[in-house]
Write a protein that binds this ligand. Structure first.
Ligand SMILES: Nc1ncnc2c1ncn2[C@@H]1O[C@H](COP(=O)(O)OP(=O)(O)O)[C@@H](O)[C@H]1O
Ligand SMILES: [Mg+2]
Length: 307
């Protein structure tokens, strides 16, 4: 495995005394799409900001393709394109001008052929002379990506690229990201949508309260996320789960008036049909039932508990 980014023992305590990151260790592989998945406030933007040199770490180090982000800031930063969470654009500039200007900020010589390629790759070429203010939301987002790619970075950070974006636009964004990966760019995106991580990522890192809880290949993690709960409301209370039902690992709740069964939506069978039969055989009557998907919050709780 070759890492393109190495984060070692990184912590961040804000001036307020709040510890936003707690000893983060993370390796990003060259050429992968890595999704940093976590709820709001988990520390995703803070981590990205430090890697991109916008915020200072309190402890620890980051290298980008071997360049230390402190000692060798310019070389490290030149490798990176960043599409921030908050979109700022110069509304009355043309697409061409704003993207070219971004390249200039990195002290790179003009390269119209590269700008043209970026705009074509992002399906913005026919809008190159349009003022940004006239573009649709999806196009504006693509302009932000074009700006981030203007200086030919090998790594692209996308901070919540589809937050608040409708389903169509989200799919369009995913296609753009895949095409970028195919062109050799390493991509790190943050998201609080499980589906987005599932759709896009080669590997997923889960972050919660400033700690990386796990980093896994997508397939392994999605299995953990595929759990659903079936809650059975009972007609009368029971003191304990009958031994005949032990295999189902039911959990008693509601003072014995309900039980919960966990099953895997991705499994070949859920076991619900046989459970209902065995409940009847045990003389347990059900007044109602409902199912719920594990929420991200639940998953974090169970992962934190397990770790
Ligand atoms: N400049 C700051 N000063 C103090 N606290 C901050 C600052 N920026 C972010 N935080 C806090 O750090 C935590 C992580 O924030 P952030 O990295 O933006 O999370 P995420 O991007 O995962 O939503 C949050 O609790 C946030 O309130
Ligand atoms: Mg954020």
């Amino acid at each position: 495995m070759t890492s393109i980014i190495s984060v070692a023992n990184l912590s961040k305590t804000y001036g307020s005394g709040f510890k936003a990151l707690d000893r983060i260790n993370l390796e990003i592989r060259r050429g992968e799409i890595f999704a940093l998945l976590g709820p709001n406030g988990a520390g995703k933007t803070t981590l990205i900001s430090i890697i991109c040199g916008i915020a200072n770490p309190s402890e620890g180090s980051v290298t980008v393709d071997g360049h230390d982000i402190n000692r060798d800031y310019r070389a490290a930063r030149a490798m990176i394109g960043l599409v921030p969470q908050e979109l700022h654009t110069d509304a009355f500039e043309s697409v061409w001008a704003t993207v070219s200007f971004s390249r200039g900020l990195f002290g790179k010589p003009k390269n119209p052929a590269h700008i043209e390629k970026v705009l074509k790759d992002l399906s913005l070429w026919d809008k190159k002379d349009s003022k940004i203010v006239t573009l649709s939301g999806g196009m504006k987002r693509r302009v932000m990506i074009a700006k981030a790619l203007s200086h030919e970075p090998q790594i692209l950070f996308l901070d919540e690229p589809t937050a608040g974006v409708d389903v169509e636009l989200r799919k369009g964004m995913w296609e753009v990201v895949r095409a970028l990966q195919a062109s050799g760019v390493t991509i790190i995106l943050t998201t609080h949508y499980i589906e987005e991580a599932e759709e896009m990522a080669d590997r997923i890192g889960v972050i919660n309260k400033g700690e990386i809880i796990l980093v896994e290949e997508k397939a392994g993690l999605m299995q953990k996320l595929g759990k659903k709960h079936l809650k059975l409301h009972l007609q009368s209370r029971v003191d304990a789960i009958p031994a005949s039902l032990a295999d189902y690992r039911l959990e008693l709740s509601g003072d014995g008036r309900s039980m919960t069964y966990e099953y895997d939506t991705r499994g070949e069978r859920t076991g619900i049909t046989s459970l209902l039969g065995d409940l009847r055989a045990a003389g347990i009557r059900i007044s109602d039932l409902d199912t719920s998907q594990s929420s991200l919050e639940d998953i974090f709780v169970s992962l934190v508990r397990a770790s």
